[in-house]
Design a protein around this ligand. Structure first.
Ligand code: DX5
Ligand code: ZN
Length: 223
């Protein structure tokens, strides 16, 4: 199943509730929430208070992407704020497995993200313990960048590794994705597609989401 996850980073912050309603009604199932600490990445976004504020606006799945150092310090805050899935960066954790266990202790879905330069093979020992892997297709930190083509290979390596072992893993991709290139990612094996600028900056987000879903349906992973 393919899911589209608009990233709130590209929304109009003077009009958040209306912008969220627009993508909800346009057929997006996930809302991707990028949390940046100014240390793990050179940018600062928003925190748990904003998430609890917008929790009232929608029933979409809150897909929280933590770009923060030592994220174990803040998991409980994001759980209370209304997250549904919490993803932490492999590079930001001293012990990724213990952070996965911590997230699961709140009965929450856990994801692990890898930045473009991190080999995807680092995820192999974790694959049986996570609900989702997030392959970054740009350097984390900013919306509106261009997709790094070399990251596609990481998606197919991971999808192949999972399917050879009969594991039905969610693989999310994030950064520089639009209706034109989404097929490359789904044919590589991704099934959760994050898109910030392509959706929130569009005049007709519904048409973009529809086009993304159609391209995804035509471009499936063939092994
Ligand atoms: C980058 C973030 C992305 C970003 C995607 O660090 O993780 O979620 O908002 O934005 P676009 O789709 O504009 O590249
Ligand atoms: Zn993200």
């Amino acid at each position: 199943m393919i899911y589209i996850a608009p990233s709130l980073l590209a929304a109009d912050y003077s009009n958040l509730a209306a912008d969220i309603k627009r993508v909800d009604e346009a057929g997006a199932q996930y809302l991707h929430l990028d949390i940046m600490d100014g240390a793990f990445v050179p940018n600062i976004s928003f925190g748990p208070e904003l998430i609890s504020g917008i929790r009232k606006c929608t029933d979409m799945i809150f897909d929280v992407h933590l770009m923060i150092k030592r994220p174990e310090r803040y998991i409980d805050r994001f759980v209370k704020a209304g997250a549904d899935i919490i993803t932490v960066h492999y590079e930001a954790c001293e012990n990724p497995m213990s952070v996965i266990h911590l997230i699961h202790s709140y009965e929450m879905k856990a994801g692990i993200a890898v930045s473009p330069k991190t080999p995807v093979e680092h995820l192999f020992p974790l694959i049986n313990h996570i609900d989702m892997a997030l392959i970054m297709t740009v350097e984390p930190g900013f919306g509106g960048q261009s997709l790094i083509p070399e990251t596609l290979e990481k998606v197919s390596t991971l999808r192949r590794y999972a399917s050879e072992r009969g594991i039905n893993l969610d693989i999310e991709v994030d950064g520089g994705i639009n209706a034109e290139n989404v097929g490359l990612l789904t044919s590589a094996g991704a099934n959760i597609i994050v898109a910030g600028s392509a959706i929130f900056k569009a005049k007709k987000p519904r048409a973009v989401i529809q086009a993304m879903k159609e391209s995804a349906a035509l471009n499936t992973f063939k092994g």
